[in-house]
Ligand binder design. Structure first.
Ligand code: ADP
Length: 302
C-alpha cells in the first residue's frame, strides 16, 4: 500500500476577474496549493489526500471533482448538510489586486468537529501537513481535538509538517495565534515558517532566532524561508544556510511558500537530503513566481 501525504485545511472557491464584471471560478488555499504541487512532485508510491469539510451542494462537488482530477484523494473529506465551501473574490483596481472573503461559515471550519473522522484520516497518513490557517479557522475545542489526533497519529508513526502562515485577522487575537502556533510547532517534525511573518508577529530579529524559537517549542527541524534571501535549516544539532537561485523576472509571488514546502517535502520524503530538498523547494518556488496565479503547471508528473 502506498504511503499517504495528507494535507489538512481549507480549500476555497476563487473568483478571478476576466474582464469588466466577469470572473473565472477556480479553487485555491494554502494547504491545497502544497498538496497540488506535492502530487506532481512525488511518485505514485505516495498517495496524496486532502482533508477538509465541504457541503453537499453542487459547488462542493465541483471542488472535490477538481481535487480528484488533480490526483488528490478526497475519501476522508467531511460532508455537511447545512454548510458550503468558502469563497474569495479577487478585484482589480488600477492594476492592484484586492481580496474579499466569504468564509466565516465555511464547512472547513467544522473539519475537527468529529474527532473520530479526523483520527481515521490522520492515522492512515505517512506525513500530515497543515498550517496556521488550518488552526485559525477551528474553534478552540476543534484545535484541541486536532492536537490530540495529531499526537496519536505521530505515536503510530506519522510525521507532521507545519507552516505557521501567520494571519492574525483569522484568529480571535494575536496572543492566541502565537500560543497555538507554538503548541503546534512542538508537535511537528518539520516547521516551515516565512521569516517576514515571524518578524512581524513574533518580533524575531533574524531567521535564526525564528528557528531557535520553534526548536525550543519542540520542533525537530525548522526550515525558515525568506523570499530571495537564504533559507535556514536548523535542528537541535545542526544549522545550514542555503541561497535560492536568483529569479530576475518575478511576476507573482502567490504560493511561493506553499510550493517551496511542497518541493522540499516531496524531495525529503524520498532522499532525506536537506541540501537536495532545499534546492528542490527553491527550484519549484522559483518557477512558480515567474507565472501568474497559485497553481502553475510547471512540473512533469514524477
Ligand atoms: P511566502 O510566500 O510564504 O512569503 P517566501 O516569500 O519566503 O514565502 O518565499 C518562499 C521561497 O520562494 C523562498 O525560500 C525562495 O526559495 C522562493 N522565492 C521567493 N521569492 C523569491 C525571489 N524574489 N527570488 C528567488 N526566490 C524566491
Amino acid at each position: 500500500m502506498p504511503s499517504t501525504f495528507l494535507a489538512i485545511g481549507e480549500c476555497m472557491v476563487e473568483m478571478a476577474p476576466t474582464g469588466e464584471g466577469t470572473f473565472k471560478m477556480g479553487f485555491a488555499g494554502d494547504t491545497l496549493n502544497t498538496a497540488w504541487y506535492v502530487r506532481k512532485a512525488l511518485g505514485q508510491d505516495w498517495a496524496v489526500a486532502y482533508y477538509t469539510g465541504v457541503g453537499m451542494d453542487q459547488v462542493s462537488r465541483q471542488m472535490t471533482d477538481f481535487l480528484n482530477e488533480a490526483g488528490i484523494e478526497t475519501g476522508y473529506i467531511r460532508e455537511l448538510q447545512d454548510r458550503t465551501v468558502g469563497l474569495y473574490m479577487i478585484q482589480l483596481k488600477d492594476g492592484e489586486r484586492s481580496f474579499a472573503y466569504w468564509r466565516s461559515q465555511s464547512a472547513a471550519r467544522c473539519l475537527a468537529d468529529d474527532p473520530a473522522v479526523l483520527s481515521a484520516a490522520m492515522d492512515n497518513a505517512g506525513l500530515i501537513y497543515f498550517s496556521g490557517i488550518t488552526l485559525a479557522i477551528l474553534s478552540p475545542e476543534g484545535r484541541q481535538a486536532f492536537f490530540q489526533a495529531l499526537k496519536s497519529a505521530r505515536q503510530k508513526g506519522a510525521k507532521a509538517a507545519f507552516d505557521p502562515n501567520l494571519r492574525p485577522r483569522l484568529w480571535e487575537d494575536a496572543e492566541t495565534m502565537r500560543s497555538c502556533v507554538t503548541e503546534a510547532a512542538g508537535l511537528c517534525d518539520f516547521v516551515m515558517p516565512s521569516f517576514e511573518d515571524e518578524e512581524a508577529y513574533f518580533g524575531d530579529a533574524t531567521p535564526s532566532i525564528s528557528a531557535d524559537r520553534y526548536l525550543a517549542a519542540g520542533a525537530e527541524m525548522v526550515v525558515v524561508k525568506n523570499g530571495p534571501q537564504e533559507v535556514i535549516v536548523a535542528t537541535a544539532s545542526d544549522r545550514h544556510a542555503f541561497s535560492p537561485a536568483p529569479v530576475s523576472n518575478v511576476v507573482d509571488t502567490t504560493a511561493a511558500g506553499d510550493s517551496f514546502n511542497a518541493g522540499f517535502l516531496a524531495e525529503y520524503l524520498v532522499t532525506m537530503s536537506v541540501t537536495a530538498s532545499v534546492a528542490a523547494g527553491a527550484r519549484l518556488a522559483g518557477t512558480v513566481i515567474q507565472h501568474r496565479g497559485a497553481l502553475v503547471d510547471c512540473l512533469e508528473p514524477a
